[in-house]
Design a protein around this ligand. Sequence first.
Ligand code: THU
Length: 136
Amino acid sequence: MKEKLVEVAKQAMAMAYAPYSGYLVGAALLCADGTIYTGCNVENASYGATICAERTAFSKAVSEGKRDFTAIAIVGGKDGKPSEAVCAPCGVCRQVMREFCGDDFFVYLVAADQVETMTLAQLLPVSFGPENLKND
Ligand code: THU
């Protein structure tokens, strides 16, 4: 499934709208039920209104009723090609993953010649999440 997710993320990269940075990002989010949601970055002339590929994928999935996720593959680069360095999710996207995913959620960081596998716990240790807001 890792290979499939990586392939789908690369395809999603082609949909990126990134006229300002020129850095295209694609994501493929695997749901527990086996479905895959894609995402790409969608930039905006008001730069802060940009949404990352990962959050696009999560928003699509959650808005269609999905809440259980297994893994995500992320790939980014200029000229539509995966970069030499892996594309790691930004801090905001890590926090959005934290909202819906457990410590063992797999994040596949894709580069031109390698795929690095990490867990959400590794990417966002000592985190703040929904359970912090529950009553004791
Ligand atoms: N970007 C993503 O889509 N995901 C990340 O995790 C890192 C950054 C996008 C946002 C912006 O459109 C471009 O990459 C450059 O920051």
